[in-house]
Design a protein around this ligand. Structure first.
Ligand SMILES: Cc1cc2nc3c(=O)[nH]c(=O)nc-3n(C[C@H](O)[C@H](O)[C@H](O)COP(=O)(O)OP(=O)(O)OC[C@H]3O[C@@H](n4cnc5c(N)ncnc54)[C@H](O)[C@@H]3O)c2cc1C
Length: 388
């Protein structure tokens, strides 16, 4: 099938299969899962992922053609965004063949939902300060501790968990990555509401949770390098909107704002042009990073620049919408209220804007790195919480 045929087939499939807006909301998880299963069976999930592990093994040209067509719809794929953008690519890059065989296909088909268990109350930006402990017990590990801000954990079947396995070494050197069964006894998930009123993230507690060693990702005490793999994928996938589907109904899009405001005012026109330019520039930058990735050149820290640009663009759009529409934009019930309330979250989730700037300064621009006082200090001697 040539690219035009592929695009036509994708268009026809989307037309026939994206649930309409009035689809019953009674069970959004089942709805999302059945949509993902259809998407996978039609060949549109994991378009560029390795065929061996359940992907389609196609090129970025097909992926882009599908994304272009999907832009006209709002796809119910949010629940799978962590799996598709972060944990799945980590398993493909760093997992064992048995893990790839077990986890990748069900993830791509939406049969299993994933979450990312990195942040803790004392370890957000400084995620290497993780205190959740995993202690070896024969061919198993016993996990105790707490994570926080875990998106979609309340629906998740599996989580990618960063845990401390050695307190005698500096903090980056005593971490190990695991896949944890979120239905295991001892895993407690408590929802947290953000200021938009939604509860998309959670606190997660681990009390003597057992993980088989075969669910360890990477070597013992090499979890930091696995975490870096996940974080690089995370920043690229957030900026590219992986798993977010098209945003047809985005109430803060240029098109939507143009219908809401008087575009004859020169200030308004100027701001809308600015929004258009920034949106377009970021789309082209993301396209370039994606092309490089497919060509085997991993963009590395430049993914942090893309994530920073998206966070700033999102805040700019929210601020602009509030200025143009007026105070009623933030009142519950207005189509813009949710967008405006959730915009600041993007400047935090996936790494804060300050951290992104540090990474870009240090690793892209070659500026002097931040001083690291804790570099050679054993974790147990650092003043991070109680070091349980
Ligand atoms: C919507 C959303 C979804 C999220 N989903 C997940 C998830 O699924 N899984 C997960 O593990 N986590 C998730 N997080 C957590 C997110 O990764 C953390 O909030 C983030 O890393 C910041 O950590 P923190 O909140 O502890 O802030 P802190 O690290 O305490 O930072 C507080 C402030 O200090 C600044 N700061 C800290 N260190 C430095 C420094 N070295 N230089 C300059 N400034 C600094 C920060 O920029 C920030 O402004 C999510 C967060 C949000 C908002």
């Amino acid at each position: 099938m040539n690219l035009d045929e592929y695009r036509r087939a994708a268009r026809a499939w989307l037309q026939d299969n994206v649930p309409s807006d009035d689809y019953p909301e009674a069970d959004p998880v089942s709805r999302a899962k059945s949509f993902m299963a259809g998407l996978y069976d039609a060949g549109y999930s994991g378009i560029t992922w390795p065929r061996q592990w359940g992907g389609q093994g196609l090129t970025q040209a097909e992926e882009r053609a599908f994304a272009d067509e999907a832009r006209h719809y709002t796809l119910p794929t949010y629940l799978f965004s962590i799996g598709l953008g972060m944990t799945g690519p980590t398993i493909v890059d760093r997992g064992t063949d048995a893990q790839r065989e077990r986890f990748v296909r069900p993830l791509l088909r939406g049969e299993e939902i994933w979450c990312q268990l990195f942040s803790e109350p004392g370890a957000g930006s400084d995620v290497a300060a993780t205190q959740t402990r995993a202690v070896r017990d024969g061919d198993h590990w016993i996990v105790n501790g707490q994570k926080v801000w875990t998106s979609v954990a309340h629906h998740a079947d599996w989580g990618l968990l960063l845990a401390r396995t050695d307190v005698e070494v500096p903090k980056h050197k005593g971490l190990t990555m695991f896949v944890v069964d979120m239905h295991h006894p001892g895993v407690t998930v408590r929802p947290l509401k953000d200021m938009s009123g939604r509860a998309n993230f959670n606190e997660v507690f681990f009390d003597d949770v057992t993980i088989p060693d075969e669910h360890r990702v990477g070597d013992v005490d090499d979890g930091w390098s696995v975490a870096v793999t996940t974080l690089l994928h995370e920043r690229l996938s957030i900026s590219a909107g992986v798993g977010m589907g098209g945003q047809k109904d985005d109430p803060a899009s240029l098109e939507a704002l143009r219908t809401m405001v008087d575009t004859g005012d020169p200030y308004v026109r100027d701001q809308l042009v600015e929004l258009h330019i920034r949106t377009r520039a970021l789309a082209l930058f993301n396209q370039r990073l994606a092309q490089e990735t497919r060509a085997g050149v991993f963009p590395g820290a430049r993914g942090s620049a893309a994530k920073l640009l998206l966070a700033e663009l999102t805040l700019f759009r929210a601020d602009l919408a509030t200025q143009l529409v007026g105070p009623e934009a933030v009142v519950g019930g207005h189509p813009l209220a949710g967008v405006i309330a959730s915009a600041p979250g993007l400047a935090l989730g996936g790494g804060t804007n300050e951290i992104m700037r540090n990474i870009v300064g240090d690793r892209v621009l070659g500026l002097p790195p931040e001083p690291r006082m804790d570099k050679n200090v054993p974790f147990k001697d650092l003043k991070v919480g109680t070091q349980a």
